[in-house]
Ligand binder design. Sequence first.
Ligand SMILES: [Zn+2]
Length: 58
Amino acid sequence: MSQAPAEDDLFDEFLTQRGHETGDAGWEESYNKKQCPDCGGLHDRGASKCTVCGWTPV
Ligand SMILES: [Zn+2]
């Protein structure tokens, strides 16, 4: 199941380049996905920020 939007791929590359593991810090989890605690948007587990509202788990 690879329905991630291109933006998620870009973020994955970004994370890979920085050598960071994708953590779950700050994210809610729902149905094996990450959920933005701010707007409730669901994202792939590789997401590093919310592409809906721009929230980041920093
Ligand atoms: Zn959000």
